[in-house]
Structure formats: structure tokens, C-alpha cells
Unconditional design. Structure first.
Length: 287
């Protein structure tokens, strides 16, 4: 990766890694569907403003529209609702750890689906090193929180959807600017979630408390608006396998925020697992 790509990689890691904390904060007042709806609405508005300022052209044909709409459904609406719902039952450290399995799914799917994203020896070594770090971090949290089957399953299913979406985006989303690749799926997913909210979480609640409101602002601005632009930029420039390595940094960011803001313990397993996770990113990007 060049310097610009590395900066984008780090920024995306921080934007999405910190989302686990902000989701937990916003869940103190909002229910899952409502939280996702407000987050996506804000993200859509900011992306729309960016597209307007940049005078970005809209897709012109159905052939250009449908892949973007499908990304909104499978890469945003469904996994965000699942993970937000699941995070009611598991700690932010556990959530970030389980979701960091995305590169493993992406590696397998990319191998079969993409001609230009084959796995090198160094990438395979890096993925295995990162997985070892995830296992250590998972061992640290086993039995340590109010974990449930749905909490784990929702994040594993979301990881699979994220991996498949990244591979699909590399194959199908050609001819669009990064801004439009981010805007259309986010706006469509916002519309989908808002259409469901009145039926599952009525009456609709607005974030009126300070910390949940800050959570929505952080999730909509950093995680959704900035995050999705960085996401499509990295898929285009370094490929889905390397881009998905950002999820291996989620446990570091998630657990660090837990230590700093939730008074969670810092222990040897956390340090060892974190070192392996960071090492895996360096190894994979050496290839």
C-alpha cells in the first residue's frame, strides 16, 4: 500500500472499530432498528451533500442501479440491523472479535470469484496470524459477558455478508465514483430500515439524551459517511481481501475503547492478541 492507501486503511479501522462503542452507547436509549435508521439517515444526508458539492453524476441505467441497491440491502441494511441487535447481548470486545472473521470469508470467496485477487503465501500467513490473535482475544472474553447465541450468530452472519459484498463490489461496481458507490447503497438501506421501523419499534424514538445523540452523530458521520467512502476506495485500489483486513483491527479499537471509557481490564491475553492482529496486517500488506 502507498501512503494514501495506508492512511485510508487506518482511518477506516478507527471509524468502524469505534462504532462498537458508539452502538453500545446509543442502545442505552434507542432500539436496534431505530438506531440503525437514524444512523443511516444522517449518513445519507452527509453523503448527499458531498455528492452535491462534488457534482457527482447519478447512475443512468438500471444496469448501473441494481448492483448499488443490492449492496444497500446485503452490505448495509441487513448486517447493520443484525449486529446492532446482537450487540444488546454481547460485550463490545466480543462483538469486534467475532466480526473480525471477515477476512477469512473474504479470502475464500475472493479466491473463487476474482481473477486478480489471488491469495499469496504471505497473505495466507498473515490471515492465519491474525486469526490466532482473534482466538486469543476471544479466549480472554469467554464467560466474561452476557453473551448469547444470537449475539455471536448475528455477527458471524454479518461477517459473511460483508465478505460476499466486498467481493461483489469489486466485480460489479464499475464506472461509478466512490461517492456514488457510498451514497446510493446508504440512502437505499436507510429507506428500507425506516420503512420497517414503525412496524417493529413503534412509537419511533429520537435520540434526545446527550451520549446516544453523540453516538448517532459519530455513527452517521464517521462510520457511515466517511467509512463507506473509504471502504469503496480501498476495494478499488487494494482489493477486497486487503480491505477486509481492517476488521482485524476492530478488536484493538473496540477493546481499547472499553478499557478507556468502560473501565474494562487490560491483561496479557489482550496484549498478545493485539500484537498478533497488528502483525497480521503488516504481513498481509507486505505481499
Amino acid at each position: 500500500m502507498n501512503q494514501k492507501q495506508l492512511l485510508a486503511f487506518v482511518a477506516l479501522s478507527l471509524a468502524w472499530g469505534s462504532a462498537f462503542y458508539w452502538i453500545k452507547v446509543a442502545l442505552e436509549q434507542l432500539q436496534p432498528f431505530t438506531l440503525v435508521a437514524w444512523r443511516l439517515l444522517l449518513g445519507s444526508l452527509l453523503l448527499g451533500l458531498t455528492a452535491y458539492v462534488k457534482r457527482t453524476a447519478l447512475p443512468r441505467s438500471w444496469a448501473q442501479w441494481w448492483p448499488l441497491l443490492l449492496m444497500g440491502l446485503l452490505n448495509i441494511a441487513i448486517p447493520l440491523v443484525m449486529t446492532t441487535s446482537g450487540q444488546q447481548f454481547i460485550d463490545i470486545g466480543v462483538a469486534s472479535i467475532v466480526l473480525s472473521t471477515v477476512p477469512l470469508f473474504t479470502m475464500i470467496l475472493s479466491y473463487f470469484a476474482l481473477k486478480d485477487d489471488k491469495i499469496t503465501v504471505w497473505q495466507l500467513v498473515g490471515l492465519l496470524v491474525g486469526f490466532s490473535g482473534v482466538v486469543l482475544l476471544l479466549l480472554r472474553d469467554v464467560g466474561g459477558g452476557q453473551s448469547t447465541l444470537w449475539g455471536y450468530a448475528s455477527h458471524l452472519l454479518a461477517a459473511l455478508l460483508y465478505a460476499g459484498s466486498a467481493v461483489f463490489a469489486r466485480k460489479a461496481l464499475h464506472g461509478h465514483s466512490v461517492i456514488m458507490q457510498a451514497l446510493v447503497p446508504t440512502a437505499f438501506s436507510a429507506a428500507l430500515v425506516w420503512a420497517v421501523v414503525p412496524f417493529v419499534e413503534s412509537p419511533v424514538q429520537a435520540p434526545t439524551q446527550l451520549m446516544p445523540l453523540l453516538g448517532i452523530i459519530a455513527l452517521g458521520g464517521a462510520s457511515s459517511c466517511l467509512g463507506y467512502m473509504l471502504y469503496y476506495y480501498l476495494i478499488r485500489t487494494i482489493g477486497p481481501t486487503r480491505m477486509s483486513m481492517t476488521t482485524y483491527t476492530f478488536p484493538l479499537v473496540g477493546i481499547a475503547m472499553g478499557v478507556l471509557f468502560l473501565n474494562e481490564a487490560l491483561d496479557p491475553l489482550l496484549l498478545a492478541g493485539g500484537a498478533l492482529v497488528l502483525g497480521s496486517v503488516l504481513v498481509v500488506n507486505r505481499a
